[in-house]
Design a binder for this molecule. Structure first.
Ligand SMILES: [Zn+2]
Length: 453
């Protein structure tokens, strides 16, 4: 028997176009939308369950393409890479996936996680074992000696629990892609740069253009989505020329890079939230940084906004991503902040930002998921809000305004919020976050007997 649901919408933004519709009803059969029509044309039926959002604003379930399910809200890269077993990370990921779903994000990209963690969480949610978003899962980042995730000294190497997999030549890169595809990834992530800069300050790409092309061609030949971390000019250019599907960051993109991105129809996911949270939350008050403010992230934020406004003007698809999973960006907390930043800093209208978080991102997740638009043939993934995000995008960050989240036409129960962070991550052996010189100690107002003059 078909399970039919009528979702009554006071206002409806369907994820595409510019128009907010009024008094519409979405008909879902077994979780898939079969019709969207004026409510007066769809009278109550004894055979259909009613979801009454006739006083609410309804949007598609949102999509955050940059949520690292296995990171565990960690404060350090070491915590992400070293201290937890892969098994614990998967269990932890299940808990946090529910929090992401509860924040109105019914689909995520998990672009780079250790082991098979995000694939395991994806499969457990797909099987109906746990509540969580639909997940487009990657394996560990493919990296070179100059790429992100080969953080540690060469005598430590890249541990098997790391979020990255080091490849030392083209054949190893191709083999790693084939292995990950065999093991069920939806996307393959390449770390296109890291932290090495030339004397002129420019970030160095971790792979040559030829190597990048070879990897992207193989990912595409196997039918998967090619995604990259690329902050620098060179890495972004190579990623664009190689025709990757999605570039994260692209903070230092130049005109040549933009030309390649446009020519090869790449999408760019800026991921401002991590940078902005750092500038707003860490710089002003975190004791670890009080005396040595790190303006690198502020500089990157400001130049990224400037460069990416040109990207927006060129019509490049720009989906939403937050780098959630760090202590700076805990799961379920800040996903919607990226929309707010798009509006406040990038000149997006609220409707443009809503499209970025729905139909635009939908092109970069599992094609079988058919999400991001509320129209016939798509999943009935829906967020019902008290308030109008086309007037005030920030209401998306206010959990009290989130009336209901539906996935596949079914109401999802809200996640339990509390947990003990000290037992979840924070395993790094930090002894202090200050440097306790005698001068510092006396500034702090402590006068030990030995310090009397
Ligand atoms: Zn990331």
């Amino acid at each position: 028997m078909t399970d039919t649901t009528y979702i009554r919408c006071g206002k409806l933004f369907p994820g595409v176009g510019d128009t907010v519709l009024e008094n519409q009803t979405i008909v879902a059969e077994d979780g898939i939308i079969t019709r969207v029509a004026p409510s007066k044309d769809i009278p109550k039926s004894a055979d259909a369950t009613e979801q009454d959002f006739s006083r609410n604003f309804v949007i598609p379930g949102m999509i955050d393409l940059h949520t690292h399910l296995a990171y565990g809200n960690a404060k350090t890269e070491e915590d992400i890479d070293l201290y937890s077993s892969l098994e614990f990370r998967a269990v932890r990921g299940v808990f946090f996936a529910h929090q992401v779903l509860s924040s109105g994000f019914t689909t995520i990209g998990a672009p780079g996680d250790s082991g098979m963690v995000s694939r395991a969480v994806r499969d457990a949610i797909d099987a109906g074992l746990f509540q969580g978003p639909r997940i487009a899962a990657a394996g560990p980042y493919i990296t070179s000696r100059q790429g992100l995730t080969d953080w540690y000294p060469t005598w430590i190497g890249v541990p098997t629990t790391s979020i990255g997999r080091l490849v030392t030549n083209r054949d190893e890169a191709i083999e790693e892609i084939r292995k990950q595809v065999k093991e069920g990834v939806d996307t393959v992530k390449i770390a296109m740069d890291g932290i090495l800069r030339r004397p002129n300050g420019e970030l160095v790409a971790a792979f040559t253009l030829d190597e990048t092309k070879a990897m992207v061609d193989e990912i595409h030949r196997l039918g998967k989505i090619a995604i990259t971390h690329a902050r620098g000019r060179e890495a972004t250019l190579y990623a664009g020329k190689a025709g990757v599907d999605l570039i994260f960051h692209a903070s230092e993109i130049d005109d040549e890079g933009l030309e390649a991105v446009v020519a090869n129809k790449c999408s760019i996911c800026p991921t401002f939230t991590l940078l902005r949270n750092y500038v707003d939350f860490v710089e002003p008050q975190d004791p670890a940084f009080r005396e040595r403010r790190n303006s690198v992230w502020r500089t990157e934020f400001e130049s990224a906004v400037e460069n990416l406004q040109k990207v927006k003007k060129a019509g490049v698809p720009m989906p939403i991503g937050t780098d959630s999973g760090f202590a700076l960006t805990p799961f379920g907390e800040w996903h919607a902040r990226e929309l707010e930043i798009f509006v406040d800093y990038m000149g997006f209208t609220p409707i443009e930002a809503l499209r970025a978080a729905t139909s635009v991102g939908a092109n970069l997740v599992r094609p079988s998921d058919r999400v991001g638009t509320l129209a016939s043939g798509f999943q009935a993934d829906v967020v019902a809000l008290d308030g109008d995000p086309s007037k005030n995008i920030s209401i998306l960050l206010d959990r009290s305004k989130m009336k209901s989240v539906l996935k596949g036409g079914k109401v999802t129960p809200p996640a339990k919020r509390e947990y003990d962070p000290g037992k979840v991550s924070d395993f790094t052996q930090v002894i202090s976050s200050e440097l306790y010189t005698r001068e510092r100690v006396s500034k702090l107002g402590y006068r030990a007997p030995s310090m009397h003059h």
